[in-house]
Design a protein around this ligand. Structure first.
Ligand SMILES: Cc1cc2nc3c(=O)[nH]c(=O)nc-3n(C[C@H](O)[C@H](O)[C@H](O)COP(=O)(O)O)c2cc1C
Length: 331
């Protein structure tokens, strides 16, 4: 297993989430953990090849280590997209084999690729030949009426034989018909034991578990039980301080010693830069609403930002006033 920066960081990662883990979100998350691996939203390979590359791929070097997640199933096009992404500086390229949305299915990629490990193997082989950074895969345990106990080991065997040695496994099936993407993140039952078994079967692979992990305690529990990494999505987004602020201390043995209030202050120059480039405050602060979740003043913080960050001309003062809802009650 190569010991590169992204692989070390993969002990804890924030999952790729469309519309959520954009560059502003990642910058914010990075202020809470220097070490966790941060994933982009999924970007399709054709978009990378033909679209506005700076808009789709541009990011701030201070977000590193960042992994780009690609969607696609054409080996040559994925290889081309991976090469472009490597030139942008991404620390890892990840292939999406877990997303069940209709839009993705009609493009024949995402979770439907669980039915075609030979094609996934071809795709990753082409990507690996094109880049030096790690190529990784995020997958499900199966789709529809597949038997995960059969399908998952076969998938891992075929795809790892093509050169991938790091996987994130969302520990539930996806139902390609009848469930919405949102339902597909909640309704199919979680099967963590199967993911643990995969670590036993493939001890040389780096395996991260994903799905329904709500606390840092749970994440540490999985690592203690022998998994290599834990990937957290919704909890990291909705309660970022609970998941990320202690992550460097508890998972990477390198305490950060920073408070949520300090994170807000550290966001201010970033926000000022974004506004100076013509951006809007709400594009950044929408990711910060959950920062004080569970603390006195959290509701005032959230409400003040929600009501004011989208107003024309809104600037850093809106953030500082929102913060007073928390600091006043803490005093
Ligand atoms: C809003 C949203 C968008 C998502 N977009 C993606 C995506 O682009 N690519 C992907 O592989 N998974 C995507 N997912 C799934 C997450 O990466 C993750 O697998 C899932 O939410 C389960 O983990 P969790 O229970 O920790 O949230 C998305 C999830 C959410 C909530």
């Amino acid at each position: 297993m190569p010991n590169n920066a992204a692989t070390q960081a993969a002990r804890l990662s924030v999952a790729p989430m469309m519309d959520w883990t954009d560059r502003h979100c990642r910058f914010f998350h990075r202020l809470m953990s220097r070490h966790a691996l941060l994933y982009t939203e999924m970007v399709t390979a054709p978009a990378v090849v033909h679209g506005d590359k700076e808009r789709l791929l541009g990011f701030d070097a201070r977000e590193q280590p960042v992994a780009l997640q690609l969607g696609g199933s054409d080996p040559a096009q994925l290889a081309q997209a991976a090469r472009i992404a490597e030139d942008f500086g991404y620390a890892e390229i990840n292939l999406n084999c877990g997303c069940p949305s209709d839009r993705v299915q009609s493009g024949s990629f995402g979770a439907i690729l669980m039915e075609n490990p030979a094609l996934v193997a071809e795709c990753v082989a082409a990507m690996i030949a094109a880049v030096r950074v790690p190529v990784t895969v995020k997958c499900r345990i199966g789709v529809d009426d597949q038997d995960p106990a059969v399908v998952l080991p076969d998938f891992l065997a075929q795809v790892s034989a093509a050169g991938v040695d790091r996987f994130s496994v969302h520990a539930r099936k996806a139902w390609l018909q009848g469930l919405s993407p949102k339902e597909n993140r909640d309704i199919p039952p979680l099967n963590y034991d199967l993911v643990m078994e995969m670590k036993g079967l493939f001890p040389h692979l780096h395996i991260s578990v994903n799905g329904g992990i709500a606390t840092l305690d749970d994440a540490v529990g999985f690592l203690d039980r022998g998994l290599d990494g834990v990937m957290i999505g919704r909890a990291a987004y909705h309660t970022p301080a609970d998941i990320l602020l202690e992550a460097d201390a508890r998972i990477f043995d390198d305490p950060l010693g920073r408070t949520a209030e300090e994170v807000v202050h550290l966001m201010l120059p970033y926000i000022a830069d974004h506004l100076a480039k013509g951006g809007r405050l709400g594009q950044v602060t929408r990711h910060m609403l959950g920062l004080f979740q569970g603390r006195p003043g959290a509701r005032g913080w959230r409400r003040h930002l929600s009501e004011n960050a989208h107003v024309d001309g809104a600037g850093p003062d809106v953030v500082l006033t929102a913060l007073e809802h928390v600091t006043r009650l803490a005093a």
